[in-house]
Design a protein around this ligand. Structure first.
Ligand SMILES: [Zn+2]
Length: 628
């Protein structure tokens, strides 16, 4: 963001006054008024009008541009592909000539007109936190999907007037224009594009933190307990505000869509969009029991805890990424990729704080926090790509890799979320240990907020390392070289010793010998009545002996299989046993004889070291927010 809306109001006025002397030499920003109408919601077509008004110096032609991506979701999504029925007219309604000059640019021949307007429609039928949906029950949109900017005028303020069905309310993080119904003001286009809208018959839960109003706008029915949700979200907000020290906004809006298959979140300056499965808002008792064959990247079971984790993550972003901004992330270039090596901080460390916050807020137990951390470690260690791609490389290539995963991703990539969160934990523990519990990663985040955001600067990878070293009181060059820029295995036990813990990898022994279990190394998916190989882990027996992602397994040892049946049979095998797989590869039936490998590891756990010192106990309590 170029201009912060909340701290710079006074400064901006001052600048405008003092710069008026040479205003004649500079072209003042045009007046830009958007009208977003939805007269036929069932067609999924938004009617957008953009009216441009200039005081002077109107150029003979102007270009309207549609962003190709929206900040927070690092993939070029080509929002311009949903634009249709473009037209331009002058103030008297006479048509103006226009042409497209590339995929997302409309050049309008205005002949120097000071007032003109363009109209177009945008098809919106995809509900996700980064796209838009209009139908007979609601409208949700990201402005980067809908509103074009005037080339060269990203700093211009604009007004958005929403014409929604009478029975719908309108929610957004943008401030309303006093006295004008459903009319909102954006100080510049970075703020405009950072402020999604919801228009519907939504329900609202409200609470205040330090006198600042917060609301949860809920579209869709679900099995949530409103009072519990309100109280718990408030607790998350309070805990993160306490951590960062202040509230840098005037109000905050969570827009929550409850649908059967909704998911994900997107952070904004003073709002967040969230999607969650509507019937997964209860606590699921007894879940997360051990799995003999953990899948690396996700825990597909969602429940109320997962919802709190999502809230905690997106809310923490209001500092980490929206204000503590990595080098390339704001002001944005909306026409192409914006590269940064820092998504492991922006996303990974946000993920670390999402979990730590739930613990410090008292919303989850110590055991729950430590179990989740152990699962995260196991997930990373089961990802062969951790040895192929560094956290910085993963961040940088997000645009072509993280958001475009395929069957090879597990072998060639590491998630900057998953590894970044663990790097955050390791760094936090290192800083606490080296500073004798006087400093922590919390201090790093506050330092970046004060020294970068408040001084209107973005930070670089070197700045981040320096901030961490400042708090640790010594060099972290080796840490950053090996684990952030490099691909070395993380030293979990080295870091966990600070809090008197160690990683137990679940190796069981009989007569002093580790018990070996048979392993194939393929991730399987039941697709209706077909058992499909989703991916094959590099180095595993499946990989080395020729099973392919995309193969359909028909039978094991000549008996027809389902996923459950297959896993049960595998569980009966010993390392070195042969299995005979009947597979379809494309259209061809064949058989594969595979010799199973061995693994000794079971379910990871974080367990206390014997004879913990008082120093370890103290750091542990400070880390997880436990009373002394
Ligand atoms: Zn995030």
């Amino acid at each position: 963001m170029h201009k912060r809306p909340l701290f710079r109001g006074v400064l901006l006025t001052l600048l405008l006054l003092t710069s008026s002397a040479f205003a004649a030499a500079q072209t003042p920003a045009p007046e830009i008024l958007f009208t977003v109408a939805m007269s036929r919601p069932h067609t999924h077509l938004f009617d957008v009008e953009v009216a441009i008004k200039r005081q002077a110096n109107a150029p003979p032609q102007e270009q309207l541009m549609m962003p190709v991506w929206t900040p927070g979701s690092y993939l070029v999504r080509e929002f311009e592909r949903h634009v249709q029925d473009f037209n331009a007219t002058d103030a008297a309604g006479r048509p103006l000539k226009w042409e497209k000059t590339n995929k997302n640019t409309w050049r309008v021949i205005t002949n120097g007109a000071r007032e003109w307007r363009a109209t177009y429609r945008v098809y919106a039928n995809e509900l996700s936190v980064r796209t838009s949906e209009l139908n007979s029950s609601h409208a949700f949109w990201n402005n980067a999907n809908l509103l074009m900017y005037l080339d060269g005028q990203l700093k211009a303020p604009s007004t958005v007037h929403v014409l929604a069905p009478d029975v719908w309310k309108v929610a957004t993080g943008l401030p309303g224009v006093p006295g004008q119904r459903n009319t909102f003001r954006a100080e510049n286009f970075d703020i405009l594009y950072d402020s999604p809208f919801e228009a519907s018959n939504f329900k609202t839960l409200v609470f205040n933190v330090k006198g600042v109003p917060h609301r949860i706008v809920i579209d869709g029915e679900g099995n949530y307990d409103p009072e519990r949700m309100r109280t718990d979200v408030q607790r998350i907000v309070e805990t993160e505000v306490e951590l960062m020290g202040e509230i840098p906004y005037r109000d905050y809006t969570f827009i929550l869509h409850l649908r059967q298959n909704a998911g994900g979140g997107l952070e904004h300056l003073n709002s967040a969009s969230l999607g969650y499965p509507r019937f997964d808002l209860r606590t699921r008792p007894g879940k997360r029991t051990t799995s003999a064959a953990p899948i690396a990247t996700d825990d597909s079971e969602s429940d109320y805890r997962g919802f709190l984790s999502l809230v905690s993550h997106e809310f923490f972003h209001l500092w980490n990424v929206k204000r503590i901004r990595p080098d390339a992330l704001g002001p944005f270039d909306y026409t192409q990729e914006n590269y940064t090596k820092l998504l492991w901080v922006a996303e990974g460390i946000t993920d670390y704080y999402a979990e730590v916050t739930l613990r410090r807020a008292g919303l989850i137990s110590e055991e729950d926090y430590l179990d989740a951390a152990a699962r995260a470690i196991q997930g990373l260690q089961n990802t062969p790509g951790r040895l192929v791609q560094s956290a910085e490389e993963s961040s940088f290539d997000s645009w072509i890799k993280y958001y475009r995963q395929d069957e090879n991703s597990i072998n060639s990539q590491v998630s900057y979320y998953d590894k970044g969160a663990l790097l955050g934990m390791l760094l936090d523990l290192q800083i606490r240990q080296r500073s004798s519990n006087r400093k922590s990663l919390d201090d790093v985040m506050r330092f970046l907020y004060t020294e970068f955001f408040k001084k209107n600067r973005n930070y670089t990878p070197a700045d981040f390392q320096k901030a961490a070293e400042l708090m640790a009181g010594s060099s972290l060059e080796e840490f950053f070289t090996r684990y952030v820029r490099g691909k070395d295995e993380l030293d979990y036990n080295g870091a966990l010793a600070a809090v008197g813990l160690k990683l137990d990898t679940g190796v069981t022994t009989v007569d002093g010998k580790p018990v070996e279990r048979a392993i194939l190394g393929a991730d399987l998916e039941q697709d209706q009545d077909r058992l499909m190989v989703r991916s094959v882990r590099a180095g595993s027996p499946a990989y080395e002996q020729g099973l392919n992602a995309g193969d359909q397994i028909v039978a094991i040892d000549n008996v027809r299989v389902t996923r459950d049946f297959f896993i049960a049979r595998l569980g009966e095998k010993k390392p070195g046993d042969l299995i005979n797989l009947t597979i379809f590869r494309f259209d061809d039936l064949s058989t594969l004889l595979i010799k199973l490998g061995a693994r000794t590891e079971g379910t990871y756990k974080l367990v206390p070291l014997p004879n913990q010192t008082e120093a370890q106990k103290q750091i542990y309590r400070a880390w997880l927010g436990l009373r002394a």
